[in-house]
Design a protein around this ligand. Structure first.
Ligand code: NAD
Length: 393
């Protein structure tokens, strides 16, 4: 008999409703792995601390051992963390991303049969957003209005560009680098090729911000041409072929201006597959896309770097529902399924997707979806996890 493969997964329970959704999620992941691989594969969980629990036990919000353990195993599954207000500490989520250099924010958006949606044909939505996670206006380089160093900058700008800005102007800097863009677009193309996707669309606002967002577009095409010459084709050249069928091993590289893309994902979702975009566009676009297929309670996510990946529920800690066994664990369950895909256990992930779809199409849902559906059977957070396990194929 061969030795079973066990993968160790550090987990952060999270604050607020984090423990509720974690307790519903863990049995689902274990049941799917058991269902698909029997005794041949298994998960081993190691708790690492962050947020309120870490502060209560160690006095640190993000203890160094947490980062060390995640680095050691290259993985983590994370519940939502409350950002303490007015205590002078940065968002722990941002800190985790920066400390571990998790430069891709991955947000798959797909529809599960039965989920209430504002779209007429939500099943056409099947996109994966690769949002740049470390640059852009999120780098936090800002100066407040009416501060002496801001006036210094205003003077410098006037001297260098001849542009006069009012003295009560605040300033924020939008840094975007060639390498930062290239590593994001590289991951998006590799993902599209490995999953048999048909296109990667660069979403930018380059018509207005030419040296940042415009450069993102140019650098994206440049990377595709240099590193994937035979696997990619720009949309303009592809159209000259009469739009021949594509898909692995050849994908189309498109680009769209961000504001237009918001219309496109509503009106022509079937034309888009993998999306690569700078930080701010990606923030807006991934939440808007999540709303098209059932809201944040169902939206999984991951933050990925070259050596580590942290999979997380994309919603916050919803503290007003903490401990009530009420909220939807779908986002964390689906993030766990993404983790399984990441380690190559795709059959277990597929088993979860099917179980989830079967559960929801029976009308078994938590309160957030129940209130939008007629004839739904509302269950608790843990009740949803149990029902999902019963509906695993
Ligand atoms: P939130 O996502 O926690 O809650 C907003 C509303 O969304 C809730 O009132 C609830 O109605 C609904 N909701 C959220 N999760 C749900 C679920 N699983 N099922 C059903 N409904 C759900 O956003 P917020 O209130 O702005 O933030 C609360 C805290 O979470 C803040 O401290 C914030 O900084 C933090 N936060 C953390 C993350 C993260 O850890 N990734 C993300 C966003 C916000």
């Amino acid at each position: 008999m061969s030795t079973p493969t066990t993968i160790t997964v550090p987990y952060i329970e999270g604050d607020g409703t984090g423990p509720d959704i974690w307790q519903a999620t863990r049995p689902v992941l274990e049941a799917a792995v058991r269902r698909v691989y029997g005794e041949a594969k298994g998960l081993r969980w190691v708790e690492v601390l962050a947020g309120e629990k870490a502060f209560a036990q160690t006095g640190a919000w993000l203890p160094p051992e947490t980062l060390q353990t995640i680095r050691q195993y290259g993985l983590a599954l994370k519940g939502p963390l409350t950002t303490p207000v007015g205590q002078g500490i940065r968002s722990l989520n941002v800190q985790l991303r920066q400390e571990l250099d998790l430069y891709v924010c991955l947000r798959p958006v797909r529809y599960f049969q039965g989920v209430p949606s504002p779209m007429r044909r939500p099943e056409l939505v099947d996109m994966v957003v690769f949002r740049e996670n470390t640059e852009d206006v999120y780098a936090g380089i800002e100066w407040p209005a009416s501060a002496p160093e801001t006036w210094e900058l205003l003077r410098w700008i006037e001297e260098k560009t001849g542009k006069h800005l009012e003295p009560d102007t605040a300033i924020g800097i939008k840094p975007m680098s060639r390498e930062g863009t290239r590593r994001l677009v590289r991951r998006a193309i590799q993902y599209a090729l490995s999953r048999g996707k048909s296109s990667v669309t660069l979403v930018h606002k380059g018509n207005i911000m030419k040296y940042t967002e415009g450069a993102f577009r140019l650098w994206g095409y440049e990377l595709a041409r240099e590193e994937f010459p035979s696997e990619t084709i720009p949309e303009s050249e592809w159209q000259q072929t009469g739009g021949a069928p594509v898909g692995a091993p050849r994908i189309v590289i498109k680009d769209r201006i961000a504001d237009m893309m918001f219309q496109q994902v509503l009106l022509r979702p079937e034309e888009y597959s993998v999306i690569a975009t700078p930080n701010l566009n990606g923030d807006y676009l991934s939440d808007a896309l999540a709303a098209q297929v059932g809201g944040l309670g169902m939206a999984p996510g991951a933050n990925i770097g070259d050596t580590c990946a942290v999979f997380e529920a994309t919603h916050g800690s919803a503290p007003q529902y903490a401990g009530q066994d009420k909220v939807n664990p779908g986002s964390l369950i689906l993030s766990g399924a993404l983790l399984l895909e990441h380690i190559g256990w795709t059959a277990a992930a597929a088993c979860i997707y099917e179980g989830l779809e079967r559960t929801i199409s029976q009308g078994i849902v938590t309160y957030d979806l129940a209130r939008q559906m007629s004839g739904a059977r509302e269950v608790t957070c843990s009740g949803f996890g149990k029902a999902l396990i019963e509906h695993l194929p």
